[in-house]
Structure formats: structure tokens, C-alpha cells
Ligand binder design. Sequence first.
Ligand code: S3P
Length: 467
Amino acid sequence: MPLSKRLIGSHQIGSLLSHSNPPSPKRFKAAGALTGRIRVPGDKSISHRSIMLGALAVGETRVIGLLEGEDVLATAAAMRAMGASVERDEDATWRINGVGVGCLLQPDAALEMGNSGTSTRLLMGLVASHPITAMFTGDASLSKRPMGRVIDPLSQMGASFEASPGGTLPLMLRGISPAVPITYRLPVASAQVKSALLLAGLNTAGITRVIEPVPTRDHSERMLRGFGARLDVGEEIGANGPERVIAIHGEADLKPQDIVVPGDPSSAAFFVVAALLVEGSDLVIENVGLNPTRAALFDVLRDMGGNIEELDRRDVGGEPVADLRVRHSALSGISVDPAVVPAMVDEFPVLFVAAALAQGTTTTTGLEELRVKESDRISAMAAALALAGAKVEEQEDGLTIHGTGGNMLPGTPQDAEVTTHLDHRIAMAMAVAGLVSRNGVALDDTTPIATSFPTFEGLLAKASRTS
Ligand code: S3P
């Protein structure tokens, strides 16, 4: 009998096969300049980690500015199922009372991860070094994504797995305590894999080391230290140059924290590109996180000629933050350096839209990882932009886009819709394309937007109304 049928009930299998809400199609049209001031929700990566680490600290962690998107709520539900208390006050402060490292409880039912790869991979790390067994399930998009990248190193630490064919969800994880500390060199640049190992290392006696040939987002490192874990970051010379070595000392005692989550640069990205492209725009996006391991899109857009000004640069919760003032700009195509890919890995869908309106050709390479995100973002964006009338060529590791030189895109034909493949970033990127199109851009489904940016459509209406 297939694993999925043996381990979960048929009602749960149903939820894997389709998104839980009925599809909500919508056509996004030109609506005038974007002006005024907006504030995007809290950073998704930091929000997940706030709940997970809070759930492992003894005492009360308070979080202000938590992203209340479906992905983060999946993490909250999972941590509750493993014994932590995760509650929201009326003023939107979240209070997390943790169980202590090593004290997660056996969940009674499958952990439903919805669309969230970050919840899945990081929680697999946490469970791997606890003496508990957990079933992980997800929606149709998540159930296609590769989990072998975390299964391999966590198996070396002693955990065991029964996964669906191809190393996908649904999967059963049997954690182990004590687990074995390992040294692991990341074969793909992935903050999720790095973080899974660091979280597994928290409850593993000895030192767990992750070698990172290409630096990825460092929120786990910053936050683990903030919660009081001992973590050393050094450098070693590898075959292709310096590599980061991150060592976590196990059996840590985490101390509860007060956390203020900065605005998510990956969400701000859609408004930055929209304001650059729509004539007459002059928009301030407040409180945007500018951690250098996340913010490369803004540098690439400046290199293309984008007018993006940083106002009031400051520190929020240990992360650099600024308000971004963005004005309509004539953009030029460029060749994007593949070295910056990890620092803007989620921002390519919306960069492709900027490129489609630029003067000249933009080339991107080194984007293989985009094929295993919430959708295959290279082919999904190639198809979506072509449907909206852009000139796009697809390569194995990127797109080449010939821009309109600032002219509106034709938009999608009356009887056709962009397929969003349960991918929030395809939906939002193509919504931005709709703002600079003659006929608008029709999406087959806007419901995935709620995974990371539930207020997207409201903020878009607000920014367009103030003009
Ligand atoms: C994330 C890491 C990235 C990113 C994802 C969030 C994280 O994935 O795409 O949206 O919070 O660690 P990879 O590390 O797999 O590239």
C-alpha cells in the first residue's frame, strides 16, 4: 500500500491534492501611480524562526510584527501540537511559552505544513533530534518539492525517514535522542537546509558543523545567538575559495526573547518594482528589512537605473532596516551576476517583470534552484510573461528577457489566464505586470497570496488610491 494511504486518513489525503480554498481568479489592471506610505507585513523567515525558537525556550517570548500568513500559522500550529503555547493578543503581540530544548512532545496527528517549505524543512530538523515520530503532510505544491536535501544529513545524525517516491511529502520522520553531531558541507545553497541542521544540533550533544560554500540568509545564526545558543562562525579555505563554517554547541538552554520583526524585503519587492514601473509613482515603503543576505534585488534594480532611496537606516531586532522611497524610473536591461542569487532567491519572479519593461535585454543565469520552489519559477514565469505579451527565452538555469523600453505590455488575452501553480510569488509578480499592461493580466487564482502576504491586495488598492 502506498505510504500516503498507510499513514494518513483519506480526508487528509484530500487536503494534499488541492489548495484548501476554492480558486479565486482576478484580472489586475493599470490603476494609476503608487504614492503615499505603506508598511508591508513582518519577515516570513524571521517569523517562522521566532515561533520555533520561542517554543524551545523556557519562559515567555513576545513577538511584535509577526507575519500572520498561512505559512507562519502552519509553523505555529505544529509547535502547539508539540507542546508549546503560541497565542495572539488582541493588539497582535504573539506570546510563545516554550517547552525547553529536548522536551518537544509527540504530536497526536500529522503536522499539516500547507504550502510552506520553510516550516517543513526547519521542523524536520527540530524533530530529528527529539525522541518523537511525526508525519509531515502538505498541499499539492509542497508535495512535489524535494526533501532529500534534509533527509540525507538528518539521516547521518541518526533520524530515520519513510518518504513518498522521490523523497517528497507525505513523509514519516522518526527522531532520535541522543543524535550524532556531524559536519556537513551543503551541496546546494540553501538556508533551509542549513537551518534544519542547526536546529537539529540544538538538542545534540557536541558540536554540529555546517559548511556553507555560498553564504545564504543568516537569520538562524543571528536569532540562535540572540536566544543564547553558543554558535561560532568561522571561515575555511575550500576548493573554490573561502567557505563559512557554522558550529552550534548542542544541549543549549534557550532564553525567551522580546522580538520585533522587521518588514519582509521579499514582500516589499513587489511594491518597489510596481512603483519603479508605474508612471508618476513616488512611494515610501516603511520598515523594510535590509539584511545583506536578503537585499540584493534593490542593488540590481539600482544598477538597472531604479531610483530607490534608503531613509532613516536603523536597527530593528538586530537586523538593518530602512524606509524605502521609490520613484518611477526608466530601467535598462542588465546581466545579473549569478553570485547574488542566494541574496535575492525569492525575488526573481518580480525582477523578471521589471526586466520585461526595461530598455534592452536582461539575462539571468545560475537559477537552477528556482525550479524547485513553490513552483518551477523559471518555466512558470516564462509562460506567464509570454502570455502577457513579453519577449522571453527560457534556458535551463535562467531567463533572457527583451524589454519593452517602458511601453505597456499587451496583457493577457480575454479568454486566457496566467497559471499560478499554487505559488504566491508568481501571483504577486504577475499582478504587478497587470499594472503596466494595456488589457490587464488575468490570474487563475489569487488565494496563494495569503501564504506570505495576506494584505497585498489591500495595500495595492491603498497605494493606488492615494495618487
Ligand atoms: C527560506 C530560505 C529560502 C527561501 C524561502 C525561505 C528560509 O529557501 O526561498 O522562501 O526562511 O530559510 P532555500 O534556503 O531552500 O533557498
